[in-house]
Design a protein around this ligand. Structure first.
Ligand code: NDP
Length: 407
């Protein structure tokens, strides 16, 4: 029986726990562990109510390698699914090496003190995972995650070579709050306030955050949204693993209301990550802000509308230029009805479960540290269709593809 250890009992952790529990033939035993035991217990109760399955719970400080390694040994876990925060990635990879367990996450490592993320820190574990005969799967969420697999699938089935990639993440949902982020506020705000980087002409080019934007009309009546170019971690691995890429960009939709609040919060210093003295104690303004903002895990009930996330790809097939758009549309209320979460947690948690399924089945189990696009995409793409994230691939006209050609 496959034992898995899930670390992190937030919005995403809840979805992973539910979706794993729905597949007892793959996930024979599940332990959900996090810093706050009460959150694990609350999720376990919901899982029992919705699926009838019992999952074990435990308290753990994921920054403490020995504690996690002991928990891995105690549970007999074959795989650790990390849906805590990017700060914990390296400590959890160390714990997996110490206790002999495979590893999966949904976001690349980021040090707490510097708002900077890159794969270098985790790719540096390659030799150690190979020597230990263990597999690490990096970035198995939606973006990164499904967007990487969409690209690998397009290269396998639609193109001989891919020249441009535009990943477009639209959240057409409304949570009814004045301001809220749809995943961990600290990580979200660090990401969107960072300088933009996109890949062009063989190098990453830096531009001011949010300085380039355009309208994008989603298919299937989701609507038109203003999308903003920003840096996102899958660009780093995709340009490395697809050397034919000439340009790669990432775009995300933001409402005028979100941007207005964010600008004010930045201007008054509330997004700072350096400690400030307040009434004799040191506090980090962004961590304080997280404490007063709505918990993304609690937004499911009030959120309506749909997300639409996908890739516009251009390149050559049989010497002829070609463009496609591969995308998924996900309904916030349908996610809430199924697992009690909004669609951002859902679109991250389902691919985490599916990546884990690939590892446990052995299909993606290869000693070393891997990004999603390095594995064969077919069975993962088939699983998306039946486990809650159906996708479509549309052929685009040259005019549609050209709207992303302007540098
Ligand atoms: P939340 O803040 O809701 O949940 C994080 C959980 O991790 C909390 O339960 C928290 O515990 C726990 N945690 C934090 N530090 C520790 C620690 N030291 N030891 C043990 N547990 C800890 O975040 P989300 O669920 O919104 O996001 C989870 C992850 O998913 C993040 O890494 C995020 O970047 C990633 N993500 C990836 C996406 C993708 O598409 N690839 C999209 C969205 C998110 P406590 O409750 O005590 O604070």
């Amino acid at each position: 029986m496959n034992q898995v250890l899930l670390i992190g009992a937030g919005g995403v952790g809840s979805v992973v726990a539910h979706k794993c529990a729905m597949l007892p033939e793959v996930f024979g035993g599940i332990t959900l562990a996090s810093r706050t035991l009460a959150k694990c217990e609350a999720i376990a109760a919901q899982v029992k109510q919705r699926t009838g399955r019992d999952i074990a719970t435990a308290q753990v400080d994921a920054d403490d390698v020995r504690q996690t390694a002991a928990l891995i040994r105690r549970t007999g876990a074959k795989l650790l699914i990390n849906v805590a925060l990017p700060y914990q990635d390296l400590a959890l990879m160390d714990a997996c090496l110490e206790a002999g367990c495979d590893y999966l996450d949904t976001a690349n490592y980021e040090p707490k003190e510097v708002a900077k993320f890159e794969y270098g820190w985790q790719w540096a574990y390659q030799d150690r995972f190979v020597r230990a005969g263990l597999s690490a799967l990096l970035g198995s969420g939606f973006d990164p995650g499904v967007t990487n697999v969409f690209t690998a699938w397009a290269l396998k089935h639609q193109f001989d070579e891919i020249h441009t990639l535009d990943i477009i993440d639209v959240n057409g949902g409304d949570h009814g709050k004045a301001f809220a982020t749809n995943f961990n506020p600290e990580i979200n705000i660090r990401e969107v306030t960072a300088a933009c980087r996109h890949y062009e002409g063989g190098a990453f080019v830096e531009t001011a955050a949010m300085s380039r934007h355009q309208a994008f009309t989603c298919p299937d009546g989701v609507g038109s949204y203003e999308i903003y170019r920003m840096y996102h971690e899958e660009l780093e691995s995709l340009v490395k693993h697809l050397p034919s890429l000439r340009r790669a960009q990432f775009w995300m939709s933001f409402s005028p209301n979100y941007l207005k609040h964010l600008e004010v919060l930045q201007n008054v210093g509330m997004t700072r990550i350096d400690p400030v003295e307040f009434q004799g104690v040191k506090i980090v303004p962004l961590q304080f802000l997280k404490a007063v903002l709505p918990d993304p895990g609690e937004l499911g009930k009030s959120t309506t509308g749909r997300t639409c996330i996908g890739n516009v790809l251009t390149g050559l097939k049989d010497g002829v230029p070609k463009a496609v758009y591969i995308y998924n549309i996900c309904d916030h209320q349908a996610c809430f009805a199924e697992v009690g979460s909004q669609a951002i947690s859902y679109t991250t948690g389902v691919p985490a479960m599916l990546g884990a399924k690939q590892l446990l089945a052995g299909a993606w189990r290869k000693p070393g540290v891997w990004n999603m696009e390095q594995h064969d995409p077919d069975s993962f793409m088939a699983d998306l269709q039946v486990h809650g994230l159906p996708w479509r691939c549309l052929e685009l006209t040259p005019a549609q593809a050209a709207s992303f050609q302007v540098a």
